[in-house]
Design a protein around this ligand. Structure first.
Ligand SMILES: [Zn+2]
Length: 422
């Protein structure tokens, strides 16, 4: 928590406008925002100083009128950079520093806390392992494996018990979570068969059980196959754990075949007891997988046919229809658009992509690009059709409340809009 508040305070020192922040900045930071070395520091600065390098490294400038960012010495030392900047479209405001991880470009306490807290799981397993069609005991076993909380012999020894570590399944190696759930010769054949059923035997190359789970989490099956994939994996590890306990405490023997049979029986029960397990796609692989695991495939119902009307623009107006895509939230974003006249003739089209972002950023990109192209072509009577009510509201209100990386383009778009009939 302390570090989060320090990070927020350091950000204020780097770009704040209060007199106290300005004094600290002049005394302790050089013209580039880096901490000056060998300055006699007082106690508060020692804490702030730790946060400055990361913030400076992770921030960008919005280039405005150039009165804040660049000193005379910078211009003298880097004339080429200054030249490159001078030929860029320049904003109307002062230069502003933005933090690149942040949507608004500013450091909030929540963002600072997230940056410093490393205890958040990298993968949100909760949404993956708790499913209504998986008995809760199996999900709990998975949870304990993923967090290394299962009482295998190596964990017991680490907690102070004095005993030999010995795998009861293969009787060759010492016992650990990775060993009994992934690398043990006795369980490899179970995984091999199971992964062949699902046509993903390449996952056998995963180095340990945790990376296998990460790959499993990232698999992109159709919804019905995903249900059986999750249930299968959780049943598999739970059954291995159960059978291993029977070997240890009841002197039973371990058979990989019985684990596989158990999984197939459970798949059958799942199909009988749960109705909403999703659908398969029309790809032949899905039908092969459902046949391998012995369940009936459910095809999705055909989509409804809907009439769609497209109204041409009137007179000498040009209409642009835009569409966008974002692969995940956030993920790679792209946008495209088609310009047509009142004869419905295509006058031009565009597509553009712009790194990682959210869906509404893709919509924003579509509008910015379509206005910019229309302006360059002299199509000043423009009808823009976009999907996002957020972007339409921004256009109507001419608000500047947009993510920082679009602010320069957006301000330019608003300027151009004054020449348009929209
Ligand atoms: Zn073993």
């Amino acid at each position: 928590m302390n570090k989060s508040f320090l990070m927020k305070a350091a950000w204020k020192v780097i770009k704040g406008k209060d007199w106290a922040q300005k004094i600290l900045r002049i005394r302790y930071l050089d013209g580039f925002g880096n901490a000056k070395p060998n300055i006699a520091a007082f106690s508060i600065w020692i804490g702030l100083k730790q946060e400055v390098p990361d913030l400076v490294r992770d921030s960008y400038f919005y280039i405005g009128t150039g009165d804040l960012a660049f000193s005379a010495s910078f211009v003298e030392r880097y004339p080429d950079i200054v030249h490159d900047i001078l030929i860029l479209p320049i904003g109307l405001d002062n230069d502003v520093r933005f933090l690149k991880h942040s949507l608004k470009g500013e450091v909030s306490t929540a963002l600072a806390f997230h940056e410093h807290c490393h205890n958040f799981p990298k993968v949100s397993w909760g949404s993956w392992i708790w499913e209504r069609y998986v008995p809760i005991r199996r999900s709990i076993t998975c949870w304990r494996i993923l967090h290394h909380r299962l009482l295998t012999l190596d964990n017991l020894i680490r907690r102070g018990l004095i005993m030999p570590s010995y795998c009861y399944i293969c009787r060759q190696d010492s016992e650990s979570i990775d060993h009994i759930f992934w690398t043990c010769d006795g369980v490899r054949e179970i995984y091999t068969t199971f992964l062949i059923w699902l046509n993903v035997e390449y996952l056998l190359d995963c180095v340990d059980i945790h990376s296998f789970f990460v790959c499993a989490w990232n698999m992109n099956f159709s919804s019905q196959i995903t249900s059986y994939w999750k249930a299968g994996i959780m049943t598999l590890v739970w059954k291995i754990c159960q059978d291993r306990n029977k070997v240890v405490f009841e002197n039973a023997s371990f058979h990989g075949l019985s684990v596989l049979k158990f999984i197939k029986v459970y798949f059958k029960e799942m199909g009988e007891n749960f109705t909403k397990l999703g659908h398969v796609s029309s790809a032949w692989q899905d039908y092969v997988i459902t046949r391998n695991i012995g369940v009936r495939s459910r095809a999705a119902s055909p989509p409804d046919m809907v009439n769609v009307y497209w109204w041409p623009p009137s007179g000498d107006w040009i209409k642009v229809n835009t569409d966008c895509s974002a692969l995940g939230a956030s993920g790679p974003i792209a946008a495209g658009g088609v310009y047509r006249d009142n004869w419905s003739h295509v006058r031009g089209c565009f597509h553009v992509k712009d790194g990682q972002g959210f869906m509404f950023e893709a919509e924003l990109l579509a509008v910015i690009t379509s206005v910019s192209i229309a302006h360059s072509r002299g199509w000043l009577k423009l009808w823009v059709e976009a999907d996002s009510s957020y972007v339409v509201k921004l256009l109507v209100t001419k608000s500047e409340d947009v993510p920082w990386r679009f602010i320069a383009l957006w301000k330019r778009t608003i300027l151009l809009l004054s020449e348009f009939q929209l």
